[in-house]
Design a protein around this ligand. Structure first.
Ligand SMILES: [Zn+2]
Length: 213
């Protein structure tokens, strides 16, 4: 099976992707990783990508599609790909279907881990760190652990992090960009919206249930 995973930054997409990949022996395809690999291996296309990025430009859809085609048609990844962070727009979505169809493959499952902005803000802004053991907690979701933390509550401090605003902005940007892609897929029978505000294990179980039917 091939599947696509959608989820805003902070929705826990990475965690779930890792779980699915391990459990079902799938290959997690991240376009970012593919680009970095090409650069690292100094391939012809990798050198081109390096140049583009160094000039501050974006890697074109054509280049990404070319690299994806290589992975999709690779027999060792056939029908066992998790698309993580792709497609990002309708053109990519349409192109992905063409590429898969031309290789007699298809998308079998699409998951959207839905989390509200309010939840994301709580997750990001609720982070506290123990100054003694450096463990990170969340004041909202780890209430009990926080109260009985072995180092003592006095060491638990909220650190002002400049990344917080960036993370929240990234959520907004992701949702805005991804909305049309979700609309493109949402009527499909294999599109599953999952409540991403649940506990990690609850989400994992739900996904597993759908995948094993
Ligand atoms: Zn501690």
């Amino acid at each position: 099976m091939n599947l696509i995973l959608f989820g805003a930054p902070g929705a826990g997409k990475g965690t779930q992707a890792n779980f699915i990949a391990k459990k079902f022996n799938l290959y997690q395809l991240s376009t970012g990783d593919i680009l970095r690999n090409e650069i690292k291996n100094k391939t012809t296309i990798g050198k081109k990508i390096d140049l583009i990025i160094n000039q501050g430009d974006f890697v074109t859809d054509n280049i990404i599609n070319e690299l994806l085609k290589k992975v999709i048609s690779n027999p060792s990844y056939r029908n066992r790909i998790i698309f993580d962070g792709y497609p990002r727009n309708i053109e990519q979505a349409e192109n992905l279907e063409l590429m898969l169809n031309s290789d007699n493959q298809s998308i079998n499952f699409i998951f959207f881990l839905k989390v509200s902005k309010k939840i994301i803000e709580k997750r990001i802004l609720g982070r506290i760190t123990c100054e003694k053991c450096k463990k990170i907690f969340n004041v909202y979701s780890d209430k009990k652990e926080v109260e009985k933390h072995e180092c003592g509550v006095k060491y638990l401090k909220k650190r002002k992090d400049d990344n917080e605003d960036v993370l929240i902005t990234r959520y907004d940007e992701y949702m805005k960009k991804t909305k049309p892609v979700l609309d493109f897929y949402s009527s499909r029978s294999y599109f599953h919206e999952i409540d991403g505000s649940s506990e990690i294990e609850v989400i994992t179980n739900k996904i597993e249930q759908i995948l094993t039917v």
